[in-house]
Design a protein around this ligand. Structure first.
Ligand code: MN3
Length: 232
């Protein structure tokens, strides 16, 4: 009896791990609790946004690329050549990439600041941090329907602000202004509607209190490095 139980357990373990391995893309772990960003983003919104919306993008993407060559590509590689793939891969792959970035650039820690290099670049491009915030809030507020507002690094290492529709992002070869996004703000209604209803501008002005500038700075340094390596 004991032996049979052990065999059953072993079979279950094998099945479970095989199932996990077959998932090419995975929902990333959140580094904070659902209620950690309150009052700026409420717990229910975080829970639904992460556990249902983001999880659905990951599951859909895995199903769409199953047994195709796209399974062998990194998420970034998919984004760079997104025009080659289906609308489903564009929407769900973009959804997975965008939300993974979004969770990482939010934090309950109040006192993060841009690195000296990023602060210098922000001042050089926008004049001041306040001007950058105005530009990003405008990009988010004027995006009609669903989409994202971005701060990115272009091929010449310059910062720029843009917005994209739906789940597109600046990595994709289908968008007007391409670059490496280092900060992205979700302006889909699912990101703010429970707390802010139709007041997207209020959501945008409140989000600055929970931006993780350490992570945005890390992404800036990595993006600048990538641009330099490409030029060699
Ligand atoms: Mn979203």
């Amino acid at each position: 009896m004991k032996k049979q139980l052990f065999q059953l357990l072993f079979a279950c373990l094998l099945l479970c791990s095989a199932n996990l391995w077959s998932q090419v893309h995975k929902l990333p772990e959140l580094s904070y609790a659902f209620n950690a960003l309150e009052p700026h983003i409420d717990s229910t919104t975080m829970n639904i946004h992460y556990s249902r919306h983001h999880a659905a993008y990951v599951n859909n993407l895995n199903n769409l690329i199953k047994d195709t060559d796209q399974e062998k590509l990194s998420l970034e590689a998919l984004m760079h050549n997104i025009s080659k793939y289906s609308a489903g891969v564009r929407n769900n792959g973009g959804g997975h990439y965008n939300h993974t970035l979004f969770w990482s650039i939010l934090t309950p820690i109040q006192d993060t600041k841009p690195s000296p290099a990023l602060a210098k670049a922000i001042n050089a491009t926008f004049g001041s941090m306040d001007s950058l915030k105005i530009a990003l809030e405008k990009a988010g507020a004027t995006r009609f329907g669903s989409g994202w507002a971005w701060l990115s690094v272009d091929n010449n290492n310059k910062l720029f602000v843009s917005s994209t529709a739906n789940q597109d992002n600046p990595l994709m070869d289908v968008v007007e202004q391409r670059g490496t996004p280092i900060l992205g703000i979700d302006v889909w209604e699912h990101a703010y509607y429970l707390k802010y209803q139709n007041k997207r501008a209020e959501y945008l002005s409140n989000i600055w209190a929970i931006i993780n500038w350490d992570e945005v700075s890390r992404r800036y340094a990595a993006a600048v490095k990538t641009v330099k390596m490409k030029k060699k």
